[in-house]
Design a protein around this ligand. Structure first.
Ligand SMILES: Nc1nc2c(ncn2[C@@H]2O[C@H](COP(=O)(O)OP(=O)(O)OP(=O)(O)O)[C@@H](O)[C@H]2O)c(=O)[nH]1
Ligand SMILES: [Mg+2]
Length: 298
């Protein structure tokens, strides 16, 4: 049963060309602008009203939405879409609270990882993208996962047990510029093994720094996961940072990434904008994870 659920879910992400309409960006990003750090981040009731698309506009958004299991795309209404994302909330969403978190262990190799069959989400991305910070924010603990300004802080596979029933896994970052070539190769051989053999993996949160221009290594990673039918959610980090004047803005980066990925996927990948500094999308990301987890658990 578990496996059937998982395979169906993963099939949603199979990499086949598809049309993609990024209209949702217009609604969520261009009308609201990227939020400033420590400001009120969720759109206010007035803003939501202003930005509510007309029914014809919503029809053009519809094809770019991530529709979870248990829902038909035609049945989605605008209020089912999570803010700052293309994610629709479906019937499997629920149980999104984090009541308890426990660091279980650090493992050097996959064979040392916990074997208790709880569903798990792997958090991956380039060094310094904010993986450990996001985990701390999700579980509302300041330093349960160790963070650092210097890339390469997380070196092991760290399992955090949530509510005694599912795991978040903090993995070492890739693309650490000053790491030796052999260390970088090791990262790939190690993680490939983890993703292909870990049968409790519900999905991957692929973190992408929204404040730096598109990185080939992130695209390569997304495509590798897609080719191997591993379900992923694109989590754009550091969306509190506005680069005024020159420099790349988060919205432009997110659009560029989506534009490139859309050629490879039959169905739109779920994406969400976050900030661990301000808590943007914390609850919504947990809700999304709950629907993936609950479906996997059928
Ligand atoms: N402004 C801002 N800074 C962030 C955010 N998330 C993380 N950072 C900062 O980015 C740096 C790296 O964060 P980490 O969470 O350690 O990154 P990581 O991906 O776990 O890094 P490695 O373990 O080295 O792979 C730290 O200085 C964080 O404070 C965010 O949402 N906004
Ligand atoms: Mg880390």
């Amino acid at each position: 049963m578990l496996l059937t659920g998982r395979l169906c879910l993963l099939r949603l992400h199979s990499p086949i060309p598809c049309p993609f309409l990024p209209f949702l960006y217009s609604r969520r990003i261009f009308l609201h602008t990227i939020p400033a750090a420590k400001s009120q981040l969720k759109p206010s009731a007035t803003e939501t009203k202003i930005s509510q698309p007309s029914s014809s506009q919503f029809e053009s958004i519809r094809p770019s939405l991530f529709v979870p299991p248990g829902l038909e795309r035609d049945d989605v209404t605008v209020d089912m879409v999570l803010p700052w994302s293309n994610i629709v909330v479906g019937p499997y969403a629920g149980d999104a609270q984090v009541n308890q978190v426990e660091f279980i262990k650090s493992s050097v190799k996959m064979k040392d990882c916990p074997r208790d069959q709880f569903p798990e989400f792997a958090v991956i991305g380039r060094s310094n993208v904010g993986k450990s910070s996001l985990i701390n924010r999700l579980v509302k603990r300041k330093e349960i996962a160790l963070t650092s300004k210097n890339p390469g802080k997380t070196q092991l596979i760290n399992h955090f047990l949530i509510n005694k029933s599912w795991y978040i896994v903090d993995l070492p970052g890739y693309g650490f510029a000053t790491a030796s070539k052999s260390a970088r190769m090791d990262w790939f051989s190690f993680t490939k093994g983890f993703f292909l053999n870990r049968d409790t993996l519900v999905g991957v949160l692929l973190l992408i720094d929204a404040t730096v221009p598109l990185q080939k290594i992130d695209l390569d990673c997304a495509n590798w996961l897609g080719r191997n039918n591993i379900g992923m959610t694109l989590v754009f980090t550091k969306c509190d940072k506005i680069k005024g004047g020159k420099g790349t803005r988060p919205d432009a980066n997110i659009r560029a990434f989506q534009d490139l990925l859309k050629q490879f996927y039959k169905e739109p990948l779920p994406w969400i904008m976050t900030s661990s500094l301000t808590g943007l999308s914390r609850d919504d990301l947990l809700l999304h994870m709950s629907q993936l987890r609950n479906y996997w658990d059928i």
